[in-house]
Design a protein around this ligand. Structure first.
Ligand code: GTP
Length: 369
């Protein structure tokens, strides 16, 4: 039996099985099996392994990359033409049978690449589409933008979320708070700091066994599900922020627009009428978690024309140094900071390499001579 049939069988069995306390263990094992077969499918273990160099790669331009995913005719090309300086058609990158169109968007002084992946998402998880390439590209993405047609309802959204979920992409979620350490001996030790309501120890042991893990320490610090445990064991999940963009709001009522606009992680736009496109750009910037820092030479005014763009998660003074030049931190003596991250002082605050900067800070770096 091929992997696809095995997946179908398990899915059918899961659909037949009622979800309750008594079936939790059985379902947990089925999920573990399913995740294993899916991984096999995506890694090409069942044949058709990718040739070296046949992968999907687009040179990362600018500071970050947002990947645009959506069904045909939702308005992806129209959006790209409005918000990016899309490189000419000749510059569209071709990968074996796949073409992705990268455009570059200027937001708040940063260059962000917006990559349109036409038609590759459908059926990716079942091996029909180009699951491996989607995974590869999504792994390099700082943001997934799911573009939807407001007139098509929520069906497209559910389908895309489902496909992305199946290939191991987790949208707008944090990795489960579980520490998992495989060992060579000593059996399985499970420690929980919280009360588990969605799974239990027997199921956890069963899942570990399904993965032929007989020696491991598992420390659980969150009320996880069996799926969360499988994600932790497989360790190859990609946690990425996602923005839902509903296009064509010119075709629906104001009430409906208002309702959608209040949904979390959502922006409503009309490409055709140029509605809300600036807001969309701002939201992309925020969702990517970038930080803008201005530099200032001693005795001079801050350089407001050419800010440094740094990822928020790594926004220490050391990251600021690295974004200027790799060698600077080795010559770093101290920095002076003005802005939200510093104590108010017209002379600025003296800080070291571990200081965390904030958006729009002005920084002056003093190096050893
Ligand atoms: N009413 C309305 N129509 C729009 C809007 N934006 C795009 N369209 C129309 O939707 C159709 C599809 O737009 P495209 O930009 O070609 O869509 P796409 O997602 O790139 O489609 P593929 O190239 O097939 O992947 C076109 O006829 C556009 O004119 C909008 O804001 N409102």
């Amino acid at each position: 039996m091929g992997v696809l049939e095995k997946i179908k069988d398990i899915e059918a069995e899961m659909a037949r099985t009622q979800k309750n306390k008594a079936t939790e263990y059985h379902l947990g094992l089925l999920k573990a099996k399913l995740a294993r077969y899916r991984a096999e499918l995506l890694e090409g273990a069942s044949g058709g392994a990718s040739k070296a160099g046949a992968g999907f790669d687009v040179a990362k331009a600018g500071f970050g990359r947002a990947v645009l995913i959506g069904f045909p005719s939702v308005g992806k090309s129209t959006l790209l033409s409005k918000v990016t300086s899309t490189e000419s058609a000749a510059a569209a990158y071709a990968f074996t049978t796949l073409v992705a169109v990268p455009g570059v968007m200027e937001i708040e002084g940063a260059k962000i690449q917006l990559l349109d992946l036409p038609g590759i998402i459908e059926g990716a998880a079942s091996g029909r589409g180009r699951g491996r390439q989607v995974v590869a590209v999504a792994k390099t993405a700082d943001l997934v933008v799911i573009m939807l047609d407001v007139t098509k309802g929520d069906e497209q959204r559910q389908q895309l979320e489902h496909e992305l979920e199946e290939i191991g992409i987790r949208l707008n979620r944090q990795p489960p708070d579980v520490v998992f350490k495989q060992k060579t001996a000593g059996g399985i030790t499970i420690n929980c700091t919280v009360n588990l309501t969605k799974t239990d120890e027997r199921t956890i042991r069963g899942i570990l066994q399904a993965y032929k893990i007989h020696n491991a320490d598992v420390m659980i610090r969150e009320d996880i599900t069996s799926d969360d445990l499988i994600d932790t064991i497989l360790g190859n999940r990609k946690y990425v922020p996602c923005l839902y963009v509903y296009n064509k709001i010119d075709s629906i009522s104001l009430e409906e627009v208002d309702r959608l606009a209040r949904e979390p992680h959502t922006v409503v736009i009309s490409c055709e009428l140029d509605l809300n496109l600036e807001v969309l750009k701002k939201r992309i910037w925020q969702k990517m978690g970038f930080n803008r820092i201005y530099t200032k030479k001693r005795g001079a005014e801050p350089d407001l024309m050419d800010p440094l763009i740094i990822k928020k998660t790594e926004a220490s003074m050391e990251a600021v140094c690295d974004s200027i030049h790799r060698g600077i931190k080795h010559k770093f003596k101290y920095a002076v900071v003005w802005g939200k991250s510093s104590k108010f002082n017209p002379q600025g605050q003296r800080v070291g390499l571990t200081h965390k900067v904030a958006q729009d800070d002005v920084v002056s770096i003093v190096t050893k001579v």
